[in-house]
Structure formats: C-alpha cells, structure tokens
Design a protein around this ligand. Structure first.
Ligand code: NAD
Ligand code: ZN
Length: 245
C-alpha cells in the first residue's frame, strides 16, 4: 500500500486538473449499502425490476416501498473520506467531483463543485403538475405520498435505469471533464453507463487513473491501484500529501 499511496499522491499533486468520480462504495462506511452488500436494499429489491420509470408508473405502490427505504438514507452522515475529499477541493488538489451517488454526502461533507450525475434524493417532482418539492415537505406516513397540490404521483429527482441523464448534467460534466489529466475513481464498479465512460475519456485525453476500490474494477486501465477502504485510504493520501508539501 505504501508505494501506491506515494505514487497516487504524486499523480494528484503533479496534475493540472484532477477530479474524482465516485460511486456507492464511498458511502458504505456511512451505512448505505452498495449494490453488492449482503442484506442491503438491492439484494431485496432487484434494481432492474424496481429501478425503472416504467416499473414505477406500472406499479407505484410496490416501487414506493423501495423508494421509502431509499430516501431514509437522507439521514446518513458523511464519513472521513468525504471530509478529506472536500479538503482536497479546498486545497485545490482536486477541482471537483462527479458522483453517481444520490445520497448528498459529498455536499454534506463540504464539497462544493459536485455534479450529482444520477440526481439526488433531496427533492421530488410531481408527475402530474410538475411541481418540485423538497424532501422535507413529504408526507412520509402515506406510501406512495401524494402531491400536496394535485394528489398525483411524486417521483424522487433521481435518474431511473431507463431514463436519460438530464442534458444540463451532461453539459456540466463535459465542462468539468475538459482538460482532466488525473481521475480518482473511488468506490464505483464502473458498470453503469454512461458514467462508466469517464475513465476511458481521461485516458484518451492523455491523463492518468487512480483506482480506489476494495476489488478490481478497471484492470490494466488503472495507472495506480489503491486496494483498500475509502476512508482509510483517503487518510493515507491526505497524510502523504501533507508530509510532502
Ligand atoms: P456499485 O455498487 O456497482 O459498486 C460499488 C463499488 O464500491 C464496488 O466495486 C465495491 O467493491 C466498492 N466498495 C464498496 N465498499 C467500499 C469501500 N469501503 N471502499 C472502497 N470501495 C468500496 O456502485 P456504483 O458503481 O456506484 O453503481 C451503482 C449505482 O447505484 C449508481 O448508479 C448509484 O447511483 C446507485 N447507488 C447509489 C447509492 C448511494 O447514493 N449511496 C447506493 C447504492 C447504489
Ligand atoms: Zn402535482
């Protein structure tokens, strides 16, 4: 671990524009299960069956059982890794984050330039009158909760598997990705398109990839591999960068 940490710190410090791409694995230490965790949400609710807009419209009561559990992650707290990620942005070591997570933990951890690629559970939109409501306005006792204005179905502002990423999010990501020469890929299996294309784009731009994951994901495409937990690894990276600046 010692050698890859030194190398990862060197890549981050010597880059002109480093950013992070994060996924569910950065939040498991905050108590939110990723797709693989045993007994987690996704082992009980098949994401293919429950995670589509068409399933939602077909059977809102059933899908809202899953969504009710999903939005309970709104109470989770950022872990040490999220906090260090925010510090890295403040110190200009990274310029921003593209996260696939919907849990708002990067913002709660103090990061500012965060693109929530798959949306977030911070708000819901009525499929009838299109009004957007903050999560706090939700009547959590009734499932599915009705729109306070027109009683239609409310959908959390997250991107379902059969939905497109909103155009403005694609554009913001394109801007942030421009000129990136180092990508810290943390806690993502890189299996959900189109977010899974970002590592290759950075390589095509002549950049480097730091893979931070408990298990192999990017194979030979990773320049440096940090095979350990998120918080612990971020602390080691922080120390290495502090000691050599
Ligand atoms: P994934 O579940 O497919 O992969 C998670 C990856 O993180 C795995 O490769 C795993 O080895 C790794 N990991 C787990 N714990 C780790 C730790 N402590 N340290 C380092 N690595 C760890 O997640 P994904 O790639 O983000 O794709 C899942 C999709 O589901 C995303 O689109 C995301 O929006 C959604 N999702 C979001 C959340 C959330 O908001 N927290 C949780 C589950 C799923
Ligand atoms: Zn409405």
């Amino acid at each position: 671990m010692d050698v890859p940490i030194k190398e990862a710190a060197r890549l981050l410090k010597s880059s002109k524009k480093a950013i992070a791409l994060t996924g569910a694995g950065v939040s498991t230490e905050s108590g939110i299960p990723d797709f693989r965790s045993q007994g987690g949400l996704w082992s009980r609710f098949d994401p293919v069956k429950y995670g589509t807009l068409s399933a939602f419209k077909r059977n809102p009561v059933e899908v809202w059982k899953m969504l009710a559990e999903l939005i309970s992650i709104a109470d989770a707290r950022p872990n040490q890794g999220h906090l260090i990620m925010a510090e890295f942005e403040q110190k200009n070591i990274i310029k921003g984050i593209i996260t696939q997570n919907i849990d708002m933990l990067h913002f709660k951890g103090g990061s500012k330039n965060v693109i929530e690629f798959h949306g977030a559970i911070s708000s819901l939109t009525c499929l009838g009158c299109k009004t957007q409501f903050p999560l706090s306005a939700l009547d959590k006792k009734t499932i599915p909760p009705p729109c306070p204005h027109c009683q239609s179905l409310l959908k959390p502002d997250v991107v379902f598997f059969d939905e497109q990423i909103p155009e403005e999010v694609i554009e913001k990501s394109r801007d942030l990705m421009r000129g990136v020469d180092c990508l810290l890929v943390a806690g993502t299996s890189c299996s959900v398109m189109p977010a899974s294309f970002f590592p290759q784009q950075v390589l095509d731009q002549g950049g480097t990839i730091i893979e931070l994951n408990l298990e192999p994901t990017l194979g030979h495409r990773a320049t440096v591999v940090l095979r350990a937990g998120f918080s612990k690894t971020m602390q080691l990276l922080q120390k290495e960068i502090e000691d050599h600046t």
